[in-house]
Write a protein that binds this ligand. Structure first.
Ligand SMILES: Cc1cc2nc3c(=O)[nH]c(=O)nc-3n(C[C@H](O)[C@H](O)[C@H](O)COP(=O)(O)OP(=O)(O)OC[C@H]3O[C@@H](n4cnc5c(N)ncnc54)[C@H](O)[C@@H]3O)c2cc1C
Length: 456
């Protein structure tokens, strides 16, 4: 009928931050892996691309760090942080053996390096090939995928249609995951964005000592840092109430927002914008049911959070690494054992990322920053431990390790002593949010619809 059957141990759908490293790790363990990508990794994807110490350590272990450094992207060891009215220079926390603190490499450069690692490890990479359906056994278990190749022709069978059979199908196919939809994975903890996000690149910036500027104050979020090829990347959050004017004023409005942040203004003094600014105005954060009989979701396919926190890439690596261990440990077992191992992997995913998820939603929230948070950081700064805030961005500390009960109480006490009004109301609101989220953890509210995302 023009379809051909091929057998693999694992089919991974999507060849970017989650899928490509997963395929590399599995292939290195001797598994037969097919990595299916409907586009081309080198075409890039609409996303900024900041990643931190844990991600750098992972990329180093994957053996691709030299290739990434060859793009000209520096390893960044310094941060210039502002939270509310507190601003401080910081040293990015790293562990012994970490190659660096922060790096930013544009996706059209990063993603092909990851896909290349998968190929070098022995995975088959099919580009311009889309998964169109799941193949199931009589009992409903997923046993493969149906793909359609844009290139068609001899290699792919008549009409470019074929079936790839596998013991496991992993959807690493991003926010609009086909695998999630076809598997019927429901979303939960669904949270619409508040700030819109715009970003652009500047040549001839005054970079000096490579520094990651992260400023969140009033109704503003501005990030600036050097990226590959000698460019300086700027990212701003825009209140939807100002979106129409912001868009109409582009590219000047991007520059105006950026210049409100002192270190970014300094870097941009003699700089010029390269290309058009990019933007994303609507998205939803979510978790999706992570796995079922014969299938699993990794990276954005299973979980997306507010991008302002800069954690999607590093989290995709963490998930891929853990999933690779699970799969290599249990793929040879019977189906029930594999399913149980994947269920445990999914439980780990939720436990591991739920706190950072709500934290990211908070960073991206339009609500005024509660005054206790900068005050907690002020106390930490006096104790010489404020830089550990960034260990949270390294996914090596949880928000609850930073905003601890004793620190919160001490901050409230100091604010009350200074006669600050409304503090107790703020803390009560934080506590209520926390209770609501814990209740959602216990009883998730499921949604069947695919979250909506809009680029600008
Ligand atoms: C505006 C924005 C800014 C961001 N900024 C940052 C940041 O600074 N730092 C950070 O860490 N994270 C950031 N993120 C998050 C980050 O982009 C994602 O977390 C990351 O890309 C997840 O990688 P992934 O491999 O799971 O998915 P993706 O990168 O989305 O890759 C999925 C792949 O699957 C392919 N695919 C889809 N459907 C099919 C199909 N049917 N068949 C075959 N292939 C298919 C797609 O073509 C795509 O290549 C940002 C996200 C956005 C939207």
């Amino acid at each position: 009928m023009g379809s051909r059957y091929e057998r693999y141990d694992v089919v991974v759908v999507g060849a970017r931050c989650a899928g490509a490293p997963l395929a590399a790790l599995l292939a290195r363990q001797g598994l037969e892996v097919c990595l299916v990508e409907k586009g081309e990794p080198a075409s890039g994807t609409p996303s900024t691309h900041i990643f931190e110490a844990d991600a750098l350590a992972f990329l180093d272990s994957l053996g691709v760090l030299d290739e990434l450094r060859a793009t000209g992207a520096p390893l960044i060891a310094r941060a210039d942080a502002r939270v509310g009215d507190l601003r401080w220079p910081a040293t990015w926390p790293v562990r012994p053996g970490d190659p660096g603190g922060v790096m930013s490499v544009r996706r059209f450069r990063l993603d092909p390096v990851l896909a290349g690692a998968a190929q070098q490890a022995g995975a088959a990479l099919l580009t311009r090939t889309a998964v169109t359906d799941l193949v199931r056994a009589e009992d409903g278990r997923v046993t493969g995928v149906r793909v359609s190749s844009a290139t068609g022709g001899e290699e792919t069978g008549r009409g470019g249609e074929r079936v790839l059979r596998a013991r496991l199908v992993v959807g690493a196919d991003g926010r609009a995951s086909t695998v999630a939809r076809l598997a019927g994975a429901r979303s939960y903890h669904v949270t619409p964005n508040q700030f819109a996000l715009f970003w652009g690149y500047f040549a001839d910036a005054e970079i000096g000592e490579p520094t990651f500027a992260f400023h969140r104050w009033a109704d503003r979020v501005v990030l600036g840092l050097p990226t590959d090829d000698g460019l300086y990347q700027v990212q701003v959050g825009v209140d939807p109430a100002r979106l129409r004017a912001f868009r109409a004023g582009l590219p000047g409005s991007l520059l105006e927002y950026a210049r409100a942040c002192e270190p970014v203004a300094k870097a941009l003094a003699g700089a010029r914008l390269v290309g058009e600014p990019h933007g994303m105005t609507h998205w939803k954060g979510y978790f999706r049911e992570p796995a079922g009989p014969g299938w699993a979701l990794v990276g954005d396919a299973g979980h997306f959070k507010d991008p302002t926190a800069g954690r999607g890439i590093g989290d995709a690596f963490l998930q891929a690494a853990r999933l690779a261990e699970t799969v290599t440990g249990h793929l040879g077992a019977d189906a029930a054992e594999l399913d149980e191992a994947l269920r445990r992997w999914g439980a780990w995913r939720d436990a591991e990322f739920v706190e950072p998820y709500w934290f990211a939603a908070g960073i991206g929230s339009l609500a005024p920053l509660p005054a206790v948070l900068p005050e907690v950081l002020r106390g930490m700064r006096r104790a010489g431990v404020a830089d550990s805030l960034f260990d949270m961005v390294n996914h090596r500390a949880m928000p609850s390790d930073i905003v601890t009960g004793p620190r919160l109480l001490a901050a409230v006490g100091r604010l009350l002593a200074r006669g600050r009004v409304g503090v107790l109301r703020e803390v009560a609101r934080l506590a209520a949010d926390d209770r609501r989220r814990r209740a959602l953890d216990r009883h998730p509210r499921y949604e069947a619809d695919s979250p909506r995302h809009e680029m600008s």
